[in-house]
Design a protein around this ligand. Structure first.
Ligand SMILES: [Zn+2]
Ligand SMILES: [Zn+2]
Length: 232
């Protein structure tokens, strides 16, 4: 137990029990999600995009771990809005190995890239929750995490505040631009098409944000791009 745990003891985000952010009882209520094709939303083996659904600027696959309800939904919300960012490690520890082992990833040519926040939002929140979670996912996958590939051009209404699906897709268009300096952020010797990206975000809602990001990344000549979200 560290000093901060003494002043701000960890309480379960689900039931308020002392000791951890997600207690053993609440852990048993977690629902794993079956993998689905990011394009047609039908079941897909290991989350790989169906060959007939593949599009040149689309995701090559998508892995989502949990159903976005109950304790997971609460925990992700707390991470974002109550600044409980040290819950990120606990959350990632809940991801079972089975959810990670089928990713078609060779860690030396892949890097995890967390979806960036707009700089104003980042300043307000102080951290990017996708990056906080992503760093622990990258550790588990023994993969490098990179940043700075994309910039969020316009601060839009948060997707969670928009209820109509069509409006969310509209809201995400033109959301990202390739960072001009981004090639300097790529690991040495792996520039361009040899590098593949695991694009990471906390939640997949309509997928509009991630689809917009993959479009820009692939236009810049990167190799394969898979998506991964903790919940959907
Ligand atoms: Zn609990
Ligand atoms: Zn499909």
């Amino acid at each position: 137990m560290n000093f901060l745990d003494l002043i701000f003891p960890r309480r379960c985000l689900g039931c308020n029990r002392l000791g951890s952010y997600i207690c053993n009882a609440c852990r048993t209520t977690l629902d794993l999600r079956g993998q689905r094709c990011p394009e047609c939303d039908r079941p897909a083996i290991d989350g790989m995009t169906h060959p007939i659904c593949l599009r040149p600027l689309g995701l090559d696959g998508l892995v989502t771990v949990f159903e976005n309800r109950g304790i997971i939904k609460k925990a992700i919300k707390s991470l974002k809005y109550r600044f409980v960012y040290d819950a990120a490690e606990e959350l990632v520890n809940l991801v079972p190995d089975s959810a990670l082992q089928n990713l078609p990833i060779k860690s030396n040519s892949w890097a995890l890239y967390p979806i960036p926040l707009h700089k104003d939002r980042l300043r307000w929140r102080g951290f990017n929750q996708a990056e906080k979670l992503g760093q622990f996912v990258a550790q588990r996958l023994k993969m490098k995490m990179i940043d700075g590939l994309l910039v969020r051009t316009v601060k839009r209404t948060p997707q969670a505040d928009i209820s109509r699906r069509e409006d969310r897709i509209q809201n995400a268009q033109g959301l990202f631009q390739l960072n001009k300096l981004s090639t300097s952020n790529l690991p040495a010797g792996r520039q361009g098409s040899q590098l593949s990206i695991l694009l990471f975000d906390d939640v997949w809602t309509t997928g509009a944000t991630m689809k917009e990001a993959v479009k820009v990344l692939k236009r810049s000549g990167l190799g394969k791009v898979w998506g991964m979200t903790l919940a959907r």
